[in-house]
Design a protein. Structure first.
Length: 443
């Protein structure tokens, strides 16, 4: 292509000059086919569309996982147990201390001043005097009641004498009445003989008959009165005797309390502690001294109240002291719960271990149940017999599954329903997920 430049002539008479030519890029231009260019454009669009589709598929796959599970948890945070069938031992383990099974504390029987005859740690025998209490008040009361008892005894004897005297008087009255009957009968016999000969009038005969009847009435009355007087006097004597016996009981009780002013050891053992200072003034029923029988030891332990329901007296137990195991039996289990703990005691089944010491630490294991072929899994901190659902691992998800759990031991828990052998159960603490139906497990 050529471009021609036209020059304006300077004058009408000027001669025309030839035009100058300009170089262009026409030699560099290449003809392009419109169909090939459209094909390359479509190919780029298809590649871009495929990439977008792949991104959308990946996003949809991730979104499906996120939408199906509301919460996520890393795998390293989980503790997973496998459900298996095998030997199941339900036991309870607890820490305890060695205590003396017999450790009586002796108390003051009356207020007074205490004086000790022993020191803490002294060995004593049964019946040895450990302390004495000087109680003038109790001794004065004892002497006063003894005097009252002597007075009651004298009154009883005096009453007995009076009763015998009164019985003699009553018997005398009855005997006199009997004599009067016999005298009246003799007079009646003479009157009847005289009346037959008509020596006396009929009036005298009738009077003699009335005298006999009167004497008989007097005798009967005297006899009845003597019987009633005897019963009344015997009742009075019984009342006096009961008063004497009641006073004797008071004196006997005071004598026991006076004897208890000398505090004696009830067992062979060792003086554990003196509860009062020397020559201290103590009140009645104040603790004086504690004695420990070192021949009988037990292990006192504490267990959670959930385990205490299965523990009974007489159950077999295993006591571990200084790395050695000893057989034992449950001696008692307290019915009281304190701070979610129950206190129990285990006694040794055989001979006592040598060199036992008070408050020495020991371990106690009590077997509650033992069976074979039980479906169970490792127990977690928050899983117990009351649990109603657990998280079961299904691929990359933990699914909340309803279950029924049975007996629980320290290490395992029995699965009754809802789980099969080989299932993987999360035994970690999952309370933070608020019982979500599913949880995504991430690597």
């Amino acid at each position: 292509m050529k471009i021609t430049a036209l020059r304006r002539p300077d004058s009408a008479n000027a001669d025309p000059q030839p035009a100058a030519s300009i170089r262009t890029t026409a030699s560099q231009d290449v003809a392009v086919d419109p169909g090939a260019r459209n094909t390359r454009r479509r190919r780029r669009l298809l590649i871009a569309a495929g990439a977008v589709a792949l991104l959308l598929l990946a996003f949809a796959w991730l979104a499906r996982g996120w939408l199906a599970s509301r919460d996520t948890v890393p795998l390293e945070r989980l503790r997973i147990a496998t459900v298996a069938r095998g030997h199941f031992v339900r036991d309870v383990a607890a820490q305890g201390t060695v205590i003396a099974a017999v450790s009586p504390t002796l108390f003051a029987s009356a207020p007074g001043t205490v004086s000790y005859a022993v020191h803490a740690g002294d060995a004593v025998a049964r019946g040895d005097v450990l302390a004495t209490i000087d109680s003038p008040t109790l001794r004065n009361e004892y002497e006063r009641e003894r005097a009252t008892l002597a007075s009651a005894e004298a009154a009883l004897q005096r009453e007995a004498i009076e009763i015998r005297r009164q019985n003699l008087l009553n018997q005398q009255q009855a005997d006199l009445a009997n004599v009067q009957i016999r005298a009246a009968e003799r007079e009646l016999a003479r009157a009847q003989a005289a009346w037959q000969t008509r020596v006396i009038p009929e009036r005298d005969l009738r009077k003699a008959q009335d005298d006999v009847a009167t004497a008989q009435l007097n005798f009967d009355h005297a006899t009845s009165t003597a019987g009633l007087e005897r019963e009344s006097l015997e009742l009075e004597l019984r009342t006096r005797r009961l008063e004497r016996d009641r006073q004797a009981l008071v004196v006997r009780n005071l004598a026991r309390r006076v004897d208890e002013l000398a505090v004696r050891s009830p067992v062979d053992g060792t003086v554990a502690s003196l509860a009062q200072p020397e020559r201290a003034n103590v009140a009645e029923n104040a603790p004086i001294v504690t004695v420990v029988d070192l021949g009988v030891f037990e292990i006192e332990f504490q267990v959670a109240e959930t385990y205490a329901t299965g523990i009974r007296s007489g159950m077999a137990a295993e006591i571990t002291l200084d790395g050695r195991a000893y057989p034992g039996n449950v001696a008692s289990i307290s019915p009281e719960v304190r701070q979610s703990q129950v206190v129990g005691r285990v006694k040794f089944a055989g001979e006592l271990p040598p060199r036992l010491r008070q408050n020495q630490r020991a371990s106690v294991r009590i077997v509650l149940d033992e069976r074979d072929g039980v479906l169970a899994f490792d127990r977690g901190a928050q899983l117990g017999e009351a649990s109603r659902a657990v998280y079961v691992v299904r691929g990359d998800r933990a699914v909340l599954t309803p279950v029924e759990l049975g007996a629980a031991s320290i290490a395992k828990i029995e699965a009754l329903r809802g789980l099969a052998e080989g299932d993987r159960v999360i035994v970690s603490d999952m309370r933070d997920f608020n019982a979500a139906p599913e949880i995504l497990i991430t690597d």
